[in-house]
Design a binder for this molecule. Structure first.
Ligand SMILES: Nc1ncnc2c1ncn2[C@@H]1O[C@H](COP(=O)(O)OP(=O)(O)OP(=O)(O)O)[C@@H](O)[C@H]1O
Length: 283
């Protein structure tokens, strides 16, 4: 299989990439692959193999996919995914499964489509990024051994001593939404991962992101919110507001963000901007 490179993150999810690599080597003679020790390593690998590769396959979770996508934005190169993360939000939303045979058929067909991505100031996001409660949760979560159980544990603990963030919009039309929020998320796709649908109406081809503003609620209301997220039925109410926008600017009194589930420190003011049809992705 020519012009295809596999970038494997050995730290994703259960840190067990060997079975994937063994199947790959069984199915393809001498595949081009790279076991990535860091995002800088991935960057260098893509640069070194850029001219000879048409399809870069990210083997990992949303963080890995994002680190590969970053290098492919607005180029002729195509992204493919073998989901190997714990949440797999982006791969769930772009129809990639853990079936290697299926992936190899898609790679042979080489059919792709163009989807939107977006920027948070100067940083790229492909899936869902946010600040506030879940920015803080991701910060604490990265200090643990990860996994869904730790995520829930940290979420509940963070909830009880969490001080809402203050958001102020620049444009007059959004100023009525200025105020204190539990969290603010910016969604390109519908879900965080683990089928938690934070923005059930988001689309990767509409040139817009869904900004989801969530006010602080009680734990009981939080349970209802979680139920609606997992049943794809989250809608606007006294606690939840959706803004569908191609770009938006605001200030926020925290630097704690997660970009596609990875903790980032970002200075306010924040400028969100959609990069329409900027990423070619295998279908
Ligand atoms: N290209 C890369 N090479 C090496 N390590 C990476 C790369 N991209 C991200 N990482 C690191 O690998 C770890 C796992 O990231 P990743 O998001 O892929 O998996 P996950 O967190 O298990 O899955 P998900 O994001 O779907 O929940 C993170 O600590 C991240 O910082």
């Amino acid at each position: 299989m020519k012009n295809v490179a596999f970038i494997i993150n050995p730290f994703s999810a259960n840190k067990n990439y060997q079975p994937f690599l063994a199947s790959l080597q069984k199915q393809i003679e001498d595949p081009c692959f790279y076991i990535s020790e860091s995002t800088a390593g991935t960057e260098k690998f893509i640069q070194d193999n850029f001219d000879s590769t048409d399809i870069f396959v990210a083997v990992g979770g949303d963080g890995t996919i994002s680190s590969v996508a970053k290098q492919l934005i607005n180029t002729g190169k195509v992204l493919a995914i073998f989901p190997a993360g714990s949440g797999n939000g982006f791969s769930n939303e772009t129809n990639f499964t853990k079936n290697l045979d299926e992936l190899l058929i898609k790679i042979k067909a080489k059919t792709f489509r163009e989807i939107d991505t977006f920027k948070v100031n100067d940083r790229l996001s492909i899936n869902v990024s946010g600040t506030g409660f879940d920015g803080k949760v991701v910060k604490q979560f990265e200090k643990t051994s990860r996994g869904f159980k730790n995520y829930i544990k940290i979420s509940v603990a963070t909830f009880f001593n969490y001080k809402p963030i203050n958001v102020k919009f620049s444009a007059e039309e959004f100023k009525r939404h200025d105020g204190d929020y539990l969290m603010v998320n910016i969604a390109n796709t519908r879900q965080f991962g683990n089928n938690a649908y934070i923005a059930p109406h988001a689309s990767t081809v509409d040139g817009l992101v869904e900004m989801v503003l969530v006010k602080k609620f009680t734990l009981i209301q939080g349970a209802a919110f979680a139920f609606r997220m997992f049943t794809k039925t989250l809608k606007e109410n006294a606690y939840v507001t959706f803004l569908s926008v191609p770009e938006i600017t605001f200030t926020v009194d925290t630097k704690d963000w997660h970009l596609d589930g990875e903790y980032n420190e970002i200075d306010s003011p924040i400028h969100i901007k959609v990069l329409p049809k900027s990423l070619k992705i295998l279908i």
